[in-house]
Design a protein around this ligand. Structure first.
Ligand code: DP6
Length: 362
C-alpha cells in the first residue's frame, strides 16, 4: 500500500517565497453510505456518492518561511473571517497528523481562511467539503514547493488519500459527478485508501442530477461522525450491514451505468433508511428523523406514485431530506417541492444542489 510518507519533502527555507493557494471544494451525498470504520480512517464497506455543486467550502492557505525555529505547526485560522478556536484545534490536529506526508508543514507559518457556501445552521455536514478543500491546498502546496504531483491522476489520488485522513467522506469530494471509495473486485483501481472517479462509468442522466436539501430541522445536531461510526463496533447487525452494502454496490454500479433510475432510487432510499435504522438499533440509540422528515417522505412517495416521475429521497446522519431527481424534470418537481415539501421545512428553507464538476482551484 502506498502511504505517502515522505521524509524527503523538506525545504531549504531561505528559498521559499511567501504565497497562497485557494481551493473551492464541494460536499457530496452518499448513495451507498460509509458507516463504520477501522484503523486509520478505513471504511468497513464501500460507499458511492454524487459530488454536489452549490454546497462547497472555500479554503485559502497562506504560507511563508517560519520566523521561529521551533518544530510546532504554526497556524492562524479564521472561519468566515472570524477566529474560531474549536475549528482551529481540529485543523491543527489534522495538520499534525499528516506531517509524515508533508514534513515541510513544520517549516512554515501557515494561515488558513475558510468558509462555507451554506449556512452553518442548515444542518449540512461540512466535513467533506472542508477537509477536501484543505487536502487539495496541501497537495497544491507540495507541488508548488517541490514540483511533485505533475500528473493530474496522481495529484487527485494523493488529495483523496489526504482528505480521507481528515474525514472519510471527504475523499469522495475530489472527483466530478460521482466517486467510489472502498475496495471491491468489480471496480478496477478501487481502494480503501482513496476514492476513484466514476464520471466515466455512469450514464449521462447522473451528470445532471439534482439533490435539493429540505431542511426539516436546522438545529438538530446530527450524531458526531466519530460517535456514529463507533456505533457500528459491536452493533448486532454490523456483519449483515457490511455484507448488504457490498451486495447493493454491485446493483448500484450496474444501475448507474445503464441509467436505471428505478434501481438507483430504490437503493438510495433503502440505504438512507438503513443508516437511520442502524442508529436507532445501536447502543446508545439515536432517532434523528423528525415528524416532518417522515411526512415529506410520504408526500414524495405519493407524488412519485401519482406522476410516475423518478423522484427519490436520501438522508444523511440528520433529519434533512435530500430529494433526488434528473435535471430534465426540474420544472415539474420544483413546484411540488415549493408547494408540498418546503412548507414542512424550518422557516420554509431548502437548498438547491446538483451533481457537479468537483473541486476547482481559484
Ligand atoms: C452518514 O465522513 O463524516 O455521511 O470519517 O469520522 O469524518 P469521519 O466520518 P464522515 O461520515 C459520513 C457518514 C455519512 C455517510 C457517508 O457520507 O458516506
Amino acid at each position: 500500500m502506498q502511504d505517502y510518507k515522505n521524509p524527503n519533502l523538506v525545504l531549504e527555507t531561505a528559498q521559499v517565497e511567501p504565497g497562497s493557494i485557494t481551493w473551492r471544494s464541494p460536499s457530496n451525498l452518499a448513495i451507498i453510505k460509509y458507516w463504520g470504520k477501522h484503523g486509520r480512517q478505513l471504511p468497513k464497506n464501500p460507499s458511492l456518492s454524487l459530488t454536489l455543486s452549490s454546497s462547497f467550502t472555500d479554503t485559502l492557505l497562506e504560507y511563508r518561511p517560519k520566523e521561529s525555529g521551533n518544530r510546532d505547526i504554526s497556524l492562524e485560522f479564521t472561519f468566515h473571517g472570524e477566529p474560531n478556536e474549536p475549528f482551529r484545534d481540529k485543523v491543527l490536529k489534522y495538520l499534525e497528523n499528516v506531517t509524515d506526508m508533508f514534513p515541510f508543514l513544520r517549516q512554515l507559518d501557515l494561515t488558513v481562511r475558510t468558509g462555507n457556501s451554506f449556512p452553518h445552521s442548515a444542518g449540512i455536514a461540512s466535513s467533506a467539503s472542508a477537509m477536501s478543500a484543505l487536502a487539495l491546498c496541501l497537495c497544491s502546496l507540495e507541488h508548488e514547493l517541490f514540483g511533485t504531483l505533475d500528473d493530474d491522476a496522481d495529484f487527485d489520488r494523493k488529495a483523496s488519500f489526504t482528505a480521507r485522513l481528515g474525514s472519510g467522506s471527504a475523499c469522495r469530494s475530489i472527483f466530478p459527478v460521482a466517486a467510489l471509495w472502498g475496495q471491491i473486485g468489480e471496480a478496477a483501481g478501487s481502494s480503501d485508501y482513496w476514492a476513484i472517479p466514476m464520471a466515466d462509468h455512469v450514464h449521462a442522466v447522473f451528470k445532471d442530477f439534482h439533490d435539493d436539501i429540505l431542511i426539516a430541522s436546522a438545529e438538530a445536531k446530527s450524531v458526531s461522525s466519530r460517535a456514529g461510526h463507533g456505533l457500528m463496533d459491536g452493533h448486532p447487525f454490523a456483519d449483515a450491514r457490511f455484507a448488504d452494502a457490498k451486495r447493493k454496490m454491485h446493483f448500484l454500479l450496474e444501475a448507474m451505468r445503464k441509467g436505471d433510475l428505478e434501481t438507483f432510487g430504490s437503493i438510495a432510499e433503502s440505504e438512507a433508511l438503513t443508516l437511520h435504522a442502524l442508529m436507532m438499533s445501536s447502543t446508545p440509540s439515536f432517532t434523528l428523523l423528525k415528524p416532518n422528515t417522515l411526512e415529506m417522505m410520504e408526500r414524495l412517495r405519493r407524488y412519485r406514485e401519482e406522476t410516475g416521475h423518478p423522484v427519490f429521497f436520501s438522508l444523511d446522519a440528520g433529519p434533512n431530506l435530500h430529494v433526488l431527481y434528473p435535471g430534465d424534470i426540474v420544472h415539474e418537481v420544483r413546484p411540488f417541492i415549493e408547494e408540498e415539501l418546503a412548507p414542512l421545512c424550518e422557516d420554509g428553507k431548502y437548498l438547491q444542489d446538483w451533481a457537479g464538476e468537483g473541486p476547482v482551484q481559484v
